[in-house]
Design a binder for this molecule. Structure first.
Ligand SMILES: Nc1ncnc2c1ncn2[C@@H]1O[C@H](COP(=O)(O)OP(=O)(O)OP(=O)(O)O)[C@@H](O)[C@H]1O
Length: 266
């Protein structure tokens, strides 16, 4: 499934990026990075710590800007944050509004878009049901577990009707059991919404459970996409499958080589 470049949901062309205050050239965090993600794809990004995965997400979110090259979404330049590009963060504490109920948190995007009360509640309910929080509509974030808070974050992001959903290690702070449950659910949610998902993780097993394609970033500075794997396994994926284990092993080898710089010696 490859869309023409000019209709890609996300398109990086020869992107270089240095944070403000850094010199150009040798200080580039990302360099010569090109990546095209078609609409509706579930793309997972993995790579060594500090290579620039979160930075890449920020360039799409519109909270950082390229120093070189261009980043486009649906052939449009990105000038700043926009409801079309929603973000789910790792932290279970910061992102929710503590003074609003689950329903009000999830209905926040539609409210900002000018939806009336009835439409807001209906939209919020649809996404609350989708993330499995029916019955918790009137609770406040302080009354929820970490996993439930992440469900609210996902519902709130989706309720704003983004075309692109950016997820930065959304389950990394959760216990192993909750993480497993939510990993399975996020693939279903992606299928139900048909949106483009770009998901950053350190967890290779999670990457293979979720991604239609997995991009491996090279070690920074001057990081780019080293390899892209097509994961041709049906959903829901079975991590006991021998092909699953084989892909995990291959990716682990890639990342270990990348982190230790062995590619540079080959
Ligand atoms: N606001 C900032 N100002 C200056 N440098 C920054 C800023 N944010 C990140 N960096 C640097 O950019 C590089 C890439 O950071 P980034 O957080 O994007 O990597 P990452 O791959 O997401 O890391 P991790 O896997 O550890 O979360 C790092 O060297 C980091 O120190």
């Amino acid at each position: 499934m490859t869309a023409a470049r000019d209709t890609a949901a996300i398109d990086f062309r020869d992107v270089g990026m240095a944070y403000p205050g850094q010199a150009k050239g040798s200080e580039l965090i990302l360099a010569e990075l090109s990546l095209s993600i078609p609409e509706g794809e579930f793309f997972v990004l993995v790579g060594p710590s500090g290579s620039g995965k979160s930075t890449l997400l920020k360039l799409i979110a519109g909270t950082a800007f390229p120093t070189e090259g261009e980043v486009k979404t649906f052939d449009q330049d990105i000038h700043g944050p926009d409801r079309q590009r929603g973000m789910v963060f790792q932290s279970v504490e910061g992102p929710l509004f503590d003074w609003l109920t689950v329903e009000e948190n999830v209905g926040f995007g539609p409210k900002m878009a000018g939806a009336d009360g009835a439409t807001r509640r209906a939209t919020a309910q649809r996404f609350i049901d989708m993330v499995g929080l029916k019955g918790h509509e009137h609770k406040y974030p302080s009354e929820l577990s970490g996993g439930m808070k992440q469900r609210v974050q996902i519902a709130r992001t989706l309720a704003a009707d983004p075309k692109v959903v950016l997820l930065d290690e959304p389950f990394a702070a959760l216990d192993a059991l909750t993480r497993r449950v939510l990993q399975r659910e996020i693939a279903r949610i992606w299928t139900e919404t048909g949106r483009t998902f770009l998901y950053v993780t350190h967890d290779i097993r999670e990457a293979v459970l979720l991604g239609q394609r997995i991009g491996v970033m090279s070690r920074g500075p001057r990081a780019s996409i080293r390899n892209i794997y097509d994961i041709d396994l049906p959903y829901p994926r079975d991590d006991l499958d021998s092909r699953f284990a084989e892909i995990v092993r291959k990716l682990e080898g890639d990342i270990e080589r990348e982190a230790s710089g062995q590619w540079d010696e080959m």
